[in-house]
Every structure is written in structure tokens, then in C-alpha cells.
Ligand binder design. Structure first.
Ligand code: ADE
Length: 233
């Protein structure tokens, strides 16, 4: 998979070159192409923004440098704009994007984009109902969530199958050594060696945690009779 990012701040993207994703880059499992769209300006001062028509505060990103930067790419794939007015990003979208050969993110800054820039994109996506100073952090979050699902990135040990949202529920609690820390004990069932019982306990805990923390997720989750009984216990 190759990911292009159009940004005014390519230096912000070093977090994506460390840890698991960094190893994936080194191993050629994915590629990151950072493009500074200021390089596509033609005026002496390399302006990328201008004042809004009709007046008002702040500056608006101009379409020309962004269009030229997009046209310079051979492999745009799906073009994504990050903006608070987009659809909220989620695990399902990360799953779907992780199957793509190419993705291109356009990171905004300042007051926002000239409206015509949205016509250049396939999707407008937000990471939540709050406003950041730019699209770089949202893009990094979305790239991380997407690329970790590309086969070979997480390695054998970690698996995205049981994690939160993978099956519409939050993840069950996990424990490791010591068995007893200052009286805080690991649930007995996890020490039992009974795999069927452990699987049942984990499923019940996933339901319970979801019910307590994110009941909204259960609205689109079809509970079986057995699961309803588990929650009622
Ligand atoms: N740019 C600024 N705020 C954002 C948000 N919440 N999501 C995506 N892009 C943004």
C-alpha cells in the first residue's frame, strides 16, 4: 500500500516512521510519500492561502497548489480530505481503506479549504467532534489505524481479530504476571486452563464493558438470547 500525504508540514509525520509502522516502512510493507503543496505555488512568496471572499476572519487555502500537487501524483487512489465537517472515521473505514492499493490525504490548515477543493476528494473524514489546528494529527491517526491492518504489519504475535470494534464490541480485559499484585488478583477463570470457559468469560466481559462504557455500540449489535442472559446476570 502506498499513502500520499499533501501537507504544509511534512516534518510532523516522523511518528509514522517509528515502532511497528516504521518497521513496516523499512520492510517495504507500505510506503509513505509526503508532498509539500507549497512547492506547487508559482508566486514569489509561495502563498498557499488568501483572505475569504465576502470577508471574515482567517485565511482560506487556495485550490491551485493543491490541485497541482494532486496532479503530480501517478497513483492517487482514493483522495481523502480531513476536516471536522466530514463523516466520523471508525474501525470499519480503517478496514476498508486497508484493502486499497493507494490513498491520498489532503491536510488542511488555517481557517479551512476553498469549497472547490472538496470537489477534488472522494471522501471528507473527521476524527471527532472537536477542531484541531490542522489535518496532520487526524491524518496520522487514520493512517496508523489503517496501516496496522495491512497484513504483515503487526507481526504474528498481535492480532486485530479480538480487539475493540473488530466485532462491534469493546475488547475484554487482559491480565499478565503477577497473579496477585498487592491484593489485586487476576480472575480465577483465566488461570483455569479451561479454554471454553475462558472464551465465555471474555465474551461476557466484552459485552459488559461495552454496555457500561459505550452502550451506543450495542444499538447496532444483534444480541443473541444467550448474550441477553449473560448481560442480565
Ligand atoms: N482538522 C481539524 N479538525 C479536524 C478533525 N476533528 N478531524 C479531521 N480533520 C480536522
Amino acid at each position: 500500500m502506498k499513502i500520499n500525504v499533501l501537507t504544509l508540514f511534512p516534518d510532523m509525520f516522523t511518528p509514522l516512521t517509528t515502532s511497528m509502522l516504521g518497521r513496516g516502512l523499512e520492510d517495504g510493507k507500505w510506503e509513505l510519500n509526503l508532498v509539500n503543496f507549497r512547492d506547487f505555488t508559482t508566486d514569489f512568496h509561495h502563498h498557499v492561502d488568501d483572505t475569504p471572499y465576502g470577508g471574515g476572519a482567517g485565511m482560506v487555502l487556495q485550490i491551485m497548489p493543491i490541485k497541482k500537487a494532486l496532479d503530480s501524483l501517478e497513483d492517487q487512489g482514493k483522495v481523502i480530505i480531513t476536516a471536522p465537517q466530514g463523516r466520523t472515521f471508525n474501525q470499519e473505514r480503517a478496514q476498508s481503506w486497508s484493502q486499497e492499493e493507494n490513498l491520498t490525504f489532503i491536510c488542511g490548515h488555517y481557517e479551512g479549504f476553498d469549497q472547490r477543493i472538496y470537489d477534488l476528494a472522494d471522501e471528507v473524514v473527521s476524527i471527532g467532534d472537536y477542531v484541531l489546528t490542522g489535518g496532520e494529527l487526524p491524518t496520522m491517526s487514520m493512517v496508523d489505524a489503517t496501516v496496522r491492518l495491512v497484513p504483515g504489519i503487526l507481526g504474528n504475535a498481535a492480532s486485530p481479530v479480538d480487539e475493540s470494534f473488530a466485532r462491534g464490541l469493546l475488547e475484554y480485559p487482559q491480565y499478565t504476571r503477577p497473579e496477585d499484585f498487592a491484593g489485586m488478583k487476576v480472575p480465577q477463570v483465566l488461570l483455569s486452563g479451561n479454554h471454553q470457559k475462558i472464551a465465555q468469560w471474555r465474551h461476557k466481559e466484552a459485552l459488559r464493558v461495552t454496555y457500561l462504557q459505550r452502550p451506543d455500540l450495542l444499538a447496532s449489535y444483534e444480541l443473541t438470547k444467550e448474550e441477553e442472559l449473560m448481560l442480565a446476570e
